[in-house]
Design a protein around this ligand. Structure first.
Ligand code: AMP
Length: 304
């Protein structure tokens, strides 16, 4: 695996692959690579001829300087992990390579970025994400770009960005990778100290309670959200939000009857650490009942 730090070197490194029409997969990251990131690299490896991992702690998407300053950074460790997972090229630009003096352009995905994370962190957060992702896609020119379901709102923003700007790339969203006890892997988990590590399970417990209420037939979003909040309260955690929204435009869901897939997004502070997680509620599959099926079997698998 090679590491490059400039856009010129990146393009030179990809020139031959482009000329010979080999497929390029891109995994954008902010480093501090864990199994969640590496699952994306492996997905890219399995499907692309050339795998590029970008490593850039994007200052414009941080709303707190302290969060930016304390963000874990270790390029040598990340390079070794990316290479072991199958990356061919690591693109690790310095800040002024991405934002040279006089940089003046912002990409904003209106409508998807004001609520949930945008409400807590300010819309500048997703403006920063959308702008840097648009730039990375233009710098690398991948056929496919890989992102994690862990950041569900970000995934929706990027899908819309790519669609609205006709960017010639396919967006792949990969499943959330978790610790054995259910905690979603995150670069911020290193900040969880002592009892906070146990309390951090509140997010997954809340989502599990939501899924259980839905599976038990509850269709009122407020009642479902209450079940999630109650499970979180048992670990002493109150969410900043626990919201049932449509996965594509992130609008709140009024009823789950006939709603299709619903994204349940949750955020909470656990000690000094801010965590997010989510799950998707999927309507039960329709089961075709044969003439010999009993009424009970049909009732156990209600049509969605
Ligand atoms: P980050 O470095 O936090 O910007 O994350 C880089 C990419 O990894 C994003 O597309 C994230 O959604 C994804 N990612 C982060 N954590 C996980 C996880 N636990 N499982 C799957 N993907 C993840």
């Amino acid at each position: 695996m090679r590491t490059v730090h400039s856009v010129a070197d990146l393009r030179a490194a990809l020139r031959e692959a482009r000329r010979t029409e080999r497929t390029i997969g891109l995994v954008p990251t902010m480093g501090a690579l864990h199994e969640g990131h590496l699952s994306l690299v492996r997905a890219a490896r399995a499907a692309s001829d050339v795998v590029v991992v970008s490593l850039f702690v994007n200052p414009t998407q941080f709303n707190e300087t302290a969060d930016l300053d304390s963000y874990p950074r270790d390029e040598a460790r990340d390079a070794a992990a990316a290479e072991a997972a199958g990356a061919d090229l690591l693109f690790a630009p310095p800040v002024d390579e991405v934002y040279p003096p006089g940089f003046a352009t912002t990409v904003r995905v209106a409508g998807l970025t004001e609520h949930l994370e945008g409400e807590l962190r300010g819309t500048a957060h997703f403006d920063g994400v959308a702008t840097v992702v648009a730039k990375l896609l233009n710098m690398v020119g991948p056929d496919v770009a890989y992102f994690g379901q862990k950041d569900a709102q970000q995934a929706a923003v990027i899908r819309r960005l790519v669609r609205d700007l006709d960017l010639p790339v396919r967006v792949e969203i990969c499943p959330t990778v978790r610790e054995p006890d259910g905690l979603a892997l995150s670069s911020r988990n290193v900040h969880l100290r002592g009892a906070d590590r146990e309390r951090a399970l509140a997010l997954k417990r809340g989502l599990d309670a939501v899924a259980a209420a839905y599976a038990a037939g509850e269709r009122d979003p407020q009642a479902i959200a209450r079940a999630g909040r109650a499970a979180m309260a048992q670990l002493g955690v109150e969410p900043e939000y626990l919201a049932l929204v449509r996965p594509d435009d992130l609008r709140p869901v009024e009823t789950l009857d006939g709603a299709g897939e619903v994204l349940v997004a949750v955020a909470a502070r656990v000690g000094p650490t801010r965590l997010i997680d989510n799950t998707i509620l999927r309507p039960p599959a329709r089961v075709r009942t044969s003439p010999t099926s009993s009424g009970d079997a049909a009732a156990a698998a209600p049509a969605g």
